[in-house]
Design a binder for this molecule. Structure first.
Ligand SMILES: C[S@@+](CC[C@H](N)C(=O)[O-])C[C@H]1O[C@@H](n2cnc3c(N)ncnc32)[C@H](O)[C@@H]1O
Length: 295
């Protein structure tokens, strides 16, 4: 109970962007986040790609991903196609769509994503923003969507079967809204078959320990990528900056050279079943890959 309250308190120091999370199409989401330089899905892409390559070697194709807090299918669009965050900002910020009705945006996106062709991975998205999930599913960005809030409700029964074959669970910008409660609801379902890896990119503002403990109860070991942080976005206001810096200091995290410079920073956590974690440490999985790091 204390930990949930603490997630709520920490969330309170962040700017409230919920008004852009559940609109009928992605234009407002990308317009507002572009202003803040929201970059974390692009920063996470090479990390997730490294894991997908390894999973491809270990498991049968196609690799099935569950993206938590998927929004309009942002990580799905980046991982399934040769697209960057700049491409998505251009695409949904274009003049061409400025006066379109949401249904026209959907129609154009159906054609756009269809034209990009098939991918070797399949992505199921879960988010409590039902309009965002529906858009991503109908536009063909997600292979399937689940609109649910696992903080307060069970998984829809219809979702359980497809979740049993998930190989990798991903999240960016989501932990904090989503806590160990959601993981506690997902774990019995996603571990029905071969247990998936869990790759979470988490703001330094939020403790990962409650989720790590929940995962440990299901035989998972969590590794943090040490010595690297990833810029999530600029602070929205001076008030947000002050609030976040205060919370970090209260938790004993030094914001010097990082958040103090004006951006929220995230870290990368990989949780895997103990025997798989033992075979290949995280640093080996990422060896030789290029990541844009702190700034
Ligand atoms: C900052 S956005 C990140 C979206 C996307 N992953 C990205 O990086 O662009 C946070 C997302 O978490 C979702 N969210 C908030 N509370 C949630 C909950 N209880 N369960 C699932 N998703 C939630 C929001 O609707 C929103 O789509």
């Amino acid at each position: 109970m204390a930990e949930v309250a603490s997630f709520e308190k920490l969330n309170g120091s962040k700017a409230d962007l919920s008004h852009i999370y559940n609109q009928r199409d992605p234009r407002a989401y990308f317009r507002e986040l572009r202003k803040l330089g929201y970059a974390i899905p692009g920063r996470a892409k090479p990390l997730f790609e490294a894991l997908i390559s390894q999973l491809r070697r270990d498991r049968q194709d196609p690799i099935h991903i569950l993206d938590l807090g998927c929004s309009y299918g942002v990580n799905a669009a980046l991982l399934k196609h040769d697209l960057s965050m700049s491409d998505l900002y251009e695409h949904w910020g274009s003049e061409r769509l400025a006066d379109a009705e949401p249904d026209e945006v959907l129609e154009q996106d159906r054609r756009f994503f269809d034209g990009l062709g098939d991918s070797e991975i399949e992505v199921i998205g879960l988010d409590n923003a039902e309009n965002a999930v529906a858009f991503a599913e109908e536009a063909g960005i997600l292979d399937a969507g689940i609109a649910a809030n696992l903080e307060i409700e069970p998984l829809p029964a219809a979702a359980c079967e497809e979740l049993a074959s998930v190989d990798l669970v991903t999240s960016t910008g989501c932990v904090g809204y989503v806590t160990e409660k959601s993981f506690g609801t997902l774990l019995p379902v996603v571990t029905e078959g071969r247990s998936p890896w869990m790759a979470n990119v988490v703001l330094r503002l939020f403790p990962f320990e409650p989720i790590e403990r929940e995962l440990a109860g299901w035989g998972y070991v969590t590794e943090k990528l040490e010595g690297r942080t990833f810029v999530q976005r600029r602070f929205a206001t001076a008030e947000e900056r002050e609030g976040v810096l205060r919370q970090l200091r209260e938790r004993g995290i030094d914001p010097a050279g990082k958040e103090e410079e004006g951006h929220l920073h995230a870290e990368f956590y990989l949780s895997r079943p103990v025997e798989e974690a033992g075979r290949s440490p995280l640093r080996n999985l990422l060896a030789g890959r290029e990541f844009s790091a702190a700034t």
